[in-house]
Design a protein around this ligand. Structure first.
Ligand code: ADP
Ligand code: MG
Length: 692
C-alpha cells in the first residue's frame, strides 16, 4: 500500500521519466506534491457577464455566437463574435481547423476561458479554452484552478491530476502526514490545521479571499510558512542541544591573568565590553559548551573581548584558538595576541593554509603537544590534520562567513578528554533582532552596543568620479598633514583577477599623481608574506597611502588612517561599505570617507549611498540593507538555509518570527516533532545535521 511517504513512482501513471521531471521541482515523495504550492489561481468558479469584464482579467464567460468569420488582418485569423446580453466580445484564433470553424457557427452557445484584452474589435480573448454548451448545462468549477510552478514537459493538467491523487491519499491515510503541532499550541497561536490548509491551498473554494492567498497573506499560507520557519529553528536548536549535551571544560577563574592583561592595556574597557565579558564568564564556568555570538559594530573592540575570553581558557589549563576569515586579518590578530600575551609568558602559535613544509609541521606539533597555548589562524586551524592537546575555547571572528557546519566540526577538536570546546563567535554585521533569532537560533547573542570613547563619527561624502582630481588633492593635503589614507578598489564582476589588476593600475596612476607620497599596494593575489610586509609598513606609518582591494574589508586596524576613498561603491552592499568605512575613524582625528561613484547612478544606488552619508549606525545600515537586498545577501550565508525556503519569505513573514521562536521553545524538547518537521522541510539538509 502506498501512502504519502512513498516515492512519486507509486502514483498511477508516474514512471521514471515523469519522476525525473518532478524531481527537478524538488518533488520526490508523494507528500512533496502537497508542499508544491500554486503560484497563482484562475477563477473558473463563476461566470462573468461580458459587460463586467475588463482588459487583463482572466474569466469564464458564456454567450451566443453571432458571427464566425475568417478575417485577413496582418495575420489571418478566425474571429468569433459572442454576446450574452450584458455585452459583446470576440474570440480570436490564429491557428484553427476547418472543423473548428464548422463547430463555432452562429446560434451556438459557447463557454470560454481566457484573458480578456483590448483588441481590434473591442474586448477579445486569443485562443481561449472553450467548449460548446449542451442544452441546460450550467455547472462551473467547484474550486479555483491552481497554476503551479512547473518545468519543461510537465503541464498544469498533469500536475493538477497528481496533486489530486496526493490529496486523496491525504484523506484516506491522514496519519502519514501528521500535524505535529499539538492542538493546544495550535489554538494558542491561532493556527489552522495542516490538512485543511493543504486542501485549501490546492483547491480553494469560491468564497476564499483569493488575493490574500496569492500574496501569501492567507492564514493557510501563513500556517505553512510558520511551520517551515519553525523547522529551520528547530533544526538549529537541535544542533545546539546536541553540542550542549557534550561536556566542556569548566573555566571559572581567569580573573588574575585577565587583571594582569588589562593592566598593560593603554585603555580601560567600555561598559559594553565588560557586560559582554560577564556573560561570557558565566558561560565558561558551566560544564556545557558555550555557544555565544558577539555582535559589535566595527571598531567596538571585539578583539580585546576575544583576548579576555581566551585568557580564561588559558588560566584553566586549556588552549584557546582564534580563527579569522582572511590571512591579513589572521596575521593582524597574531601580532596583537603576541604583543599582548608574550609579556604574560604565553606562547602564541600561527597557522594558515599558506604555511608549508617544516614551519607547518612545527606549528602543528606545538599545537598538538600543548606548547602553543594560544593559537591564531585561518580556517586551516579546523582542518582534519590539526590536533589540539586540549582546546578549551574556539573563537571565530567575523562569523558571517562561516556556518553551522564549522560549528559542528569544532566538536571534534576537543578530542583529548572527550570535551567539546566552548565557542565564541564574533561578527561586525549587526543583524536586526528578529532575523538574528532565526538565523542564529543555535546561539546566545551578546551585543557590544557602545564604541570606545573619543571617536568622532566618520564624515561621508558622495562624489562623482568626474571630480577625481579634487579627491587626489584631498589625499595630498591629508597625507601632507601626517595622516594616512586608503584607496579601495572594488570588485569587478566577481573577478578577483580583474580587481587586482584595477588596483595595480590605480596605484600606478596615484604614484604618478602624488610623487611625494609613499604608496603601497595590497591585493588578494599577492603572497601572504608580501601582503603582511605592506600592511606592516602601513601600520607603522612608513606608507602614506594604501591602495587595496576589498581584502582589507574586515578588521584591519590602523588608527592614524583618517581618509578612505572607495571607488565604485555602488558595486557593494551597504554592510560591506560599512565594514570598509570602519577602517577609518579609529583614532582621535576627524575622519572622512569619500564614495567615488561612476555616473550615472541608478535610483536605488543613489538611495543606498545616501544611507551611508546619513548614518554610521551599523544597525540602521543593516536594516536598510535587509530592506534593499534581502536576508540571504545580508546574512552573507547560504548555509543558514534561510535564503532558500520553499514557502516562507523572511521579509513577508517577518512578523511570524516571534511566534516561531516561542513555539520552538515549547517544542524543542519533543524530538519526534523536530524529526518530522526537519525531514519535511529541510530534507537533504537535515541529513547533513543528522550525520553529526
Ligand atoms: P572590532 O570590534 O572592529 O574588531 P577592534 O577590536 O579591532 O574592533 O578594536 C578597534 C580599536 O579600538 C583597536 O585599536 C582597539 O585597540 C581599540 N579599543 C578596543 N577597546 C577599546 C577601549 N575600551 N577603549 C579604547 N580603545 C579600545
Ligand atoms: Mg575585528
Amino acid at each position: 500500500m502506498s501512502d504519502l511517504t512513498s516515492p512519486v513512482t507509486a502514483l498511477k501513471g508516474v514512471g521514471e521519466a515523469l519522476a525525473l521531471k518532478l524531481s527537478r521541482l524538488g518533488i520526490e515523495h508523494i507528500s512533496d506534491l502537497l508542499f508544491h504550492l500554486p503560484l497563482r489561481y484562475q477563477d473558473r468558479t463563476r461566470l462573468t457577464p461580458i459587460g463586467l469584464l475588463r482588459a487583463g482579467q482572466e474569466a469564464v464567460i458564456e454567450g451566443e455566437i453571432t458571427a464566425c468569420d475568417v478575417v485577413k488582418g496582418r495575420r489571418r485569423s478566425l474571429l468569433v463574435r459572442l454576446r450574452d446580453g450584458s455585452g459583446i466580445l470576440s474570440l480570436r484564433f490564429f491557428h484553427f481547423s476547418p472543423a473548428q470553424q464548422q463547430q463555432l457557427r452562429p446560434g451556438a452557445s459557447v463557454r470560454a476561458f481566457g484573458e480578456a484584452r483590448a483588441g481590434a474589435t473591442g474586448l477579445e480573448i486569443y485562443h481561449p479554452e472553450y467548449r460548446l454548451n449542451s442544452a441546460g448545462e450550467t455547472s462551473v468549477d467547484e474550486y479555483f484552478t491552481p497554476i503551479y510552478p512547473t518545468t519543461e514537459g510537465l503541464n498544469q493538467a498533469r500536475l493538477r491530476a497528481l496533486t489530486q491523487q496526493a490529496l486523496e491519499l491525504l484523506d484516506s491515510a491522514p496519519e502519514a502526514l501528521p500535524d505535529v503541532i499539538p492542538e493546544p499550541l495550535r489554538q494558542r497561536f491561532h493556527l489552522p490545521g495542516l490538512h485543511a490548509c493543504l486542501h485549501l491551498l490546492h483547491q480553494p473554494p469560491p468564497d476564499v479571499d483569493i488575493d490574500k492567498l496569492t500574496l501569501g497573506q492567507h492564514p493557510a499560507t501563513r500556517r505553512l510558512a510558520l511551520e517551515e520557519l519553525l523547522a529551520h529553528q528547530l533544526s538549529l536548536r537541535d544542533v545546539r542541544l546536541r553540542i550542549q549535551a557534550d561536556g566542556a571544560p569548566v573555566l571559572p577563574s581567569g580573573r588574575s591573568l585577565q587583571a594582569r592583561f588589562l593592566a598593560q592595556l593603554p585603555f580601560a574597557l567600555t561598559g559594553a565590553q565588560r557586560r559582554v565579558l560577564e556573560e561570557i564568564a558565566l558561560d565558561l564556568s558551566r560544564p556545557a559548551p558555550m555557544l555565544r555570538l558577539v555582535q559589535g559594530d566595527v571598531g567596538s573592540g571585539k578583539t580585546v573581548v576575544a583576548a579576555m575570553a581566551a585568557l580564561a581558557a588559558l588560566a584553566g589549563n586549556c588552549q584557546a584558538a582564534i580563527m579569522a576569515p582572511t590571512e591579513i586579518l589572521a596575521e593582524q590578530h597574531y601580532r596583537a595576541f603576541k604583543s599582548w600575551f608574550e609579556p604574560l609568558g604565553i606562547e602564541v602559535a600561527w597557522l594558515a593554509g599558506k604555511l608549508k613544509g617544516k614551519t607547518r609541521l612545527d606549528a602543528k606539533a606545538a599545537i598538538a603537544d600543548g606548547r602553543a597555548r594560544m593559537v591564531v589562524g585561518t580556517h586551516a586551524l579546523f582542518q582534519g590534520d590539526v590536533h589540539f592537546q586540549c582546546l578549551g575555547l574556539a573563537i571565530i571572528d567575523e562569523q558571517h562567513r562561516f556556518g553551522v557546519h564549522q560549528r559542528l566540526a569544532l566538536r571534534e577538536k576537543g578530542e583529548a578528554g572527550g570535551l567539546t570546546p566552548h565557542q565564541l563567535i564574533m561578527t561586525a554585521t549587526p543583524i536586526p533582532r528578529t532575523l538574528a533569532m532565526s538565523a542564529y537560533a543555535d546561539l546566545d547573542v551578546s551585543v557590544i552596543d557602545e564604541l570606545p570613547p573619543g571617536r568622532t563619527p566618520v564624515k561621508t561624502v558622495v562624489v562623482s568620479d568626474e571630480r577625481r582630481p579634487e579627491v587626489v588633492e584631498r589625499i595630498r593635503r591629508a597625507c601632507g598633514d601626517g595622516r594616512q589614507a586608503y584607496w579601495v578598489c572594488t570588485l569587478i564582476e566577481e573577478s578577483e583577477a580583474l580587481q587586482c589588476q584595477a588596483a595595480e593600475v590605480t596605484s600606478q596612476e596615484l604614484t604618478e599623481a602624488l610623487p611625494e607620497l609613499a604608496i603601497g599596494l595590497v591585493h588578494g593575489r599577492m603572497k601572504p608574506s608580501e601582503k603582511t610586509e605592506v600592511m606592516t609598513a602601513f601600520k607603522e606609518g612608513e606608507l602614506d597611502l594604501l591602495v587595496a582591494t576589498t581584502v582589507i574589508e574586515v578588521g584591519v586596524d590602523v588608527p592614524n588612517a583618517s581618509l578612505m576613498i572607495i571607488e565604485n561603491p555602488e558595486r557593494l552592499g551597504l554592510s560591506q561599505l560599512h565594514q570598509l568605512r570602519g577602517r577609518v575613524g579609529r583614532g582621535g582625528t576627524e575622519s572622512f570617507c569619500v564614495l567615488l561613484y561612476h555616473p550615472p547612478l541608478s535610483k536605488s544606488s543613489r538611495e543606498r549611498l545616501s544611507v551611508m552619508r546619513e548614518t554610521t549606525d551599523g544597525f540602521r545600515i543593516a536594516e536598510k540593507d535587509l530592506e534593499i537586498r534581502g536576508p540571504g545577501e545580508v546574512l552573507g550565508t547560504r548555509q543558514t538555509g534561510l535564503a532558500q525556503m520553499k514557502i516562507a519569505n523572511l521579509e513577508r513573514d517577518a512578523d511570524l518570527l516571534e511566534r516561531v521562536a516561542s513555539l520552538a521553545s515549547e517544542l524543542q524538547h519533543a524530538p519526534q516533532v523536530t524529526a518530522v518537521l526537519v525531514r519535511r522541510w529541510l530534507g537533504e539538509a537535515a541529513g547533513r545535521y543528522g550525520q553529526v
